[in-house]
Design a protein around this ligand. Structure first.
Ligand code: TXA
Ligand code: MG
Length: 318
C-alpha cells in the first residue's frame, strides 16, 4: 500500500503523478482529499469512479490563492470579503463559473457554479504550488462513508485504487470545510463545517441564512440524508448505554458501561471533539457493536457541524 511520508521529494513525485492525470490522496487541515487535476476530465472522472460517487454530486476545487480562484469563479464583493477573512482556511465558496475557466465541466456536475477553496495545510499548499494545476479533491473515502482524518483511513477505504497517499499525520480540524453560496449579497450556508456560523456572522456583522436541507435536489448534495455511514447503527442523544452497545461520549459526566467507549472530549471541548469524531466512529464501528450510543453534543459553535455529521450517520440508508 503506497502510504508515503509527505517529504519535499514525495510531494514533487505526487505533483508529477497529478500532472500525468493520476490520483493522489493528500492531507488538508480538514480531512484527507482524493486529489486529481481539475482541468483534466479523465482525472476528474477517475475521482468519481474511485469513490463510487454519484455523478450529480459536484467536487470542491482547491487552488493556491485568490488570484487562482478568480480564474475559475466570479468573486462577488461578498466572496472577496470572505476570502480575505478566511483563506487560506476551511471555507469553501460556491461561485458562478468564470467563462474562461479551464476546469473540466465534470467538477460542477452540470451546474453553472463551482466550489472553490484555498486550503491551509503545508502539504496541500506545497502540492498545489508544485503541481501548478487546480486540484479537485473530495474527501478520500468511499462515497457515503466516514471521512478520513488519517492516511491509514484512506488506505483502508481506497488504498488499492490510488497511486499514492501522502501522509501528513492526523488532520487538525477533523471536520470538512464550511460550504457557503457566495454568489449573491447575503451568503447561504450549504454545509456547516470547520469554520463556525458564529465566526462568519461576526465577520459579516449579519446572520447567516441556511438553505433547507430537505430541498428536492440539494445544492450541496453532501446534504443527502444518509452520509458518513458506519456499519453500526447510531442512537443519538443517548442518556444511557444498553447491553451490547458501544458508547460515543462527550464531556465529564459519562453513563457507566462495560462495553467499548470513546470520549470525544472529557473536558467538553468542541474543537477537540470535532478533531476526534471520525476516527472515533471508525474505531467504535470496528468493535463489531450493532449500535453506537451517542451522547448529546451542544448545538453551538462547532457543535452545529458535529451534530450535522452525526445526524447523517444515523439517517436511514437508501
Ligand atoms: O474540507 C473539505 O471540504 C474536504 C477537503 C478534502 O477539502 N473536501 C470535501 O469534499 O469535503 P466533498 O466532495 O466530500 O464535499 C464537497 C461538498 C459536497 O457536499 C458537494 O455537494 C458540495 O461540496 N459542492 C461542491 N460543488 C458544489 C457546487 N457547485 N454547488 C453546491 N455545492 C457544491
Ligand atoms: Mg465527503
Amino acid at each position: 500500500m503506497a502510504i508515503v511520508k509527505a517529504t519535499d521529494s514525495a510531494i514533487r513525485a505526487a505533483a508529477e503523478l497529478l500532472r500525468a492525470g493520476q490520483l493522489v490522496a493528500f492531507p488538508t487541515e480538514t480531512v484527507y482529499g482524493l486529489g486529481g487535476d481539475a482541468s483534466n476530465g479523465r482525472a476528474v472522472a477517475a475521482i468519481f469512479a474511485t469513490k463510487g460517487r454519484p455523478k450529480f454530486n459536484p467536487l470542491i476545487v482547491h487552488v493556491s490563492d485568490v488570484a487562482d480562484a478568480q480564474a475559475h469563479g466570479r468573486m462577488t464583493p461578498l466572496a472577496k470579503r470572505l476570502a480575505d477573512a478566511f483563506w487560506p482556511g476551511p471555507l469553501t465558496l460556491v461561485l458562478e463559473r468564470q467563462p474562461g475557466s479551464t476546469l473540466s465541466d465534470l467538477v460542477s456536475a452540470g451546474l453553472d457554479t463551482v466550489a472553490l477553496r484555498v486550503p491551509d495545510h503545508p502539504v496541500a499548499r506545497a502540492l498545489l504550488k508544485s503541481t501548478q494545476r487546480p486540484l479537485a479533491a473530495p474527501s478520500a473515502n468511499r462515497s457515503g462513508c466516514v471521512s478520513p482524518t488519517q492516511a491509514e483511513h484512506v488506505a483502508a477505504d481506497l488504498g488499492a485504487q490510488i497511486a499514492l497517499i501522502l501522509d501528513g499525520g492526523a488532520t487538525a480540524h477533523g471536520l470538512e470545510s464550511t460550504v457557503l453560496d457566495a454568489r449573491g449579497e447575503a451568503p447561504v450556508l450549504l454545509r456547516p463545517g470547520a469554520v463556525t456560523a458564529e465566526t462568519i456572522e461576526a465577520v459579516l456583522g449579519a446572520p447567516l441564512k441556511r438553505r433547507p436541507i430537505e430541498s428536492a435536489r440539494p445544492s450541496a448534495p453532501g446534504q443527502l440524508e444518509s452520509h458518513y455511514a458506519t456499519r453500526a447503527h447510531l442512537r443519538l442523544d443517548a442518556a444511557d448505554v444498553k447491553p451490547g452497545e458501544a458508547l460515543l461520549a462527550f464531556g465529564p459526566h459519562v453513563p457507566t458501561t462495560q462495553g467499548p467507549a470513546i470520549n470525544l472530549s472529557p473536558g467538553g471541548d468542541l474543537m477537540e471533539a470535532a478533531a476526534n469524531l471520525f476516527a472515533a466512529l471508525r474505531a467504535l464501528d470496528k468493535t463489531g457493536a450493532e449500535t453506537i450510543a451517542v451522547m448529546p453534543i451542544p448545538a453551538v459553535g462547532l457543535g452545529e457541524a458535529i451534530n450535522d455529521r452525526l445526524r447523517r450517520a444515523a439517517a436511514p440508508r437508501a
